[in-house]
Ligand binder design. Structure first.
Ligand code: ADP
Length: 427
């Protein structure tokens, strides 16, 4: 039963250190019964009629001092909206270094809130992230044995999160281990009090099943802040009498033509493109070398698409197998090729919405970022989940002067028929 109304202040204010992570968190909150808006950066306008706002920053790997200042700006805005509880969303693989940014940002937020302590956990068992005795597992292997040990920016070579968090924090880091967590909210709460009294600033919290996160959620009912992946979100709406409902995910009715713009070259996206083409639906490939050669690919793509727009989706894609991506990158350079393709696809996305597209899928994390910017989208109301981590959203595309339904799919997400089943779900 919903116990809040549109005029209530926000129940939860979230600060996410990247864009797709923000969507992942928002999606979990909606599934557990909260109405959620995700904003692109710190908004200038108030947000009303929702239970939680997720402010998406791009602060995961920027210098720590900048991450701190952006996060504090987000905190101040959330406080101005009446928030009393805050969620700092970090990566589910705890991406960070001894310089931060998780420790420095968390400590700055705690200080700004005048709070002495908070719980920290990237656990989300449903998605294969478990924490036991403070050690993070990714699927069946320790974080330090997973692919994350070779990450170019944040190599994770230690799975012991107490040590990892301690290396980047001034305050002491403790542990709430599974023998406490499995006992339920009361023992967790007691342990929090104890650690706080002993002068700890953080505790890594074990969780090996989603039920552990439900216990933790209850124990955090009166906590001013938490640092977590998207998992802890599943246990928070219950504290406000909210539970899973279609109401939280309800979006205004969609209208307009259907289109997909795909700049992701991941294995999953390449399969989705192939599936779409195999179904005989209209698809146009964009060749990065032609863009580089100065052809007006944006206008050509829009001229191709306009007469086809309607209830059958059209697809414009640069998605390609690794060999051709590699060949393009060798000719144009990795950075230039990426930026050029993103720019062209974002302009095509905007042109499609200008031409009447009201339901738009964008495939690719960076491609989505570029498209959202070109469309002038500043806020996304989060709707029903299509596949894990990818919800339909409703947004005002200010650059086009109209509202659109968008699904922003990062690389490897989504089933093979994602490009067709998503539209059926909206209908
Ligand atoms: P993902 O979520 O799968 O990583 P992104 O959109 O984040 O997808 O990244 C894909 C990158 O590859 C983008 O920078 C995009 O512009 C670039 N790209 C897309 N198609 C091609 C192509 N055919 N050749 C080279 N680079 C490409």
């Amino acid at each position: 039963m919903r116990t809040v109304t549109a005029s209530n202040p926000l129940l939860l204010g979230c600060i996410a250190d990247d864009f797709t992570g923000a969507t992942d968190l928002a999606n979990n909150l909606v599934r557990a019964g909260m109405r959620v808006v995700q904003t692109i950066g710190v908004p200038r306008e108030p947000v009303t009629g929702v239970d939680a706002v997720v402010v998406a920053l791009k602060s995961r790997t920027i210098p720590a001092a900048e991450a701190v200042s952006q996060s504090l700006e987000a905190l101040r805005w959330l406080q101005s909206q009446g928030c009393r509880q805050f969620y700092f969303k970090v990566c589910s693989t705890f991406d960070s270094t001894a310089q931060g940014n998780i420790g420095p940002v968390a400590e700055a937020l705690l200080e700004a809130l005048g709070a002495p302590f908070c719980c920290v956990t990237p656990a989300f068992p449903e998605n294969g992230r478990t924490v036991f005795k403070g050690h993070l597992f990714v699927g069946d292997v320790l974080l330090s044995d997973s692919g994350m040990r070779n990450h170019p920016l944040t190599p994770m070579t230690d799975a012991n999160l107490v040590r990892v968090m301690q290396a980047q924090s001034r305050g002491r880091v403790g542990l709430i281990d599974h023998s406490v967590v499995r006992g339920g909210a009361a023992p967790i709460h007691a342990r929090i009090q104890q650690l706080q009294a002993e002068g700890y600033r953080f505790a890594i919290v074990d969780a090996i099943a989603d039920q552990d996160l439900m216990h933790l959620g209850r124990a955090l009912a009166d906590a001013p802040m938490m640092v977590a992946g998207s998992g802890v979100a599943i246990g928070l709406p219950q504290n406000h009498g909210l539970s899973t409902s279609h109401e939280a995910a309800a979006l205004p009715k969609s209208q307009g033509a259907r289109a997909i713009v795909s700049g992701s070259c991941s294995v999953a996206t390449n399969k989705q493109v192939a599936d779409f083409i195999q179904k005989g639906l209209p698809a146009l490939a964009v060749d990065p070398l032609q863009i580089a050669a100065g052809r007006n690919i944006v206008e050509e793509a829009l001229a191709w698409a306009r007469p086809k727009l309607g209830s059958d989706p059209v697809l414009v894609y640069s998605s390609a197998p690794p060999e051709s991506v590699h060949a393009v990158q060798q000719q144009l350079g990795v950075g230039d090729a990426g930026a050029m393709v993103e720019h062209a696809l974002a302009a095509i996305a905007k042109g499609l919405v200008d031409a009447g597209v009201g339901e738009l899928i964008v495939a690719g994390g960076e491609t989505s970022g570029a498209a959202v910017q070109a469309l002038g989208v500043q806020q996304l109301r989060i709707g029903p989940q299509i596949d894990p981590g990818v919800p339909w959203c409703h947004a005002n595309a200010t650059a086009c002067g109209r509202n659109v339904h968008v699904a922003l799919k990062s690389g490897n997400f989504g089933s093979t028929d994602f490009f067709t089943k998503s539209f059926r779900q909206l209908a």
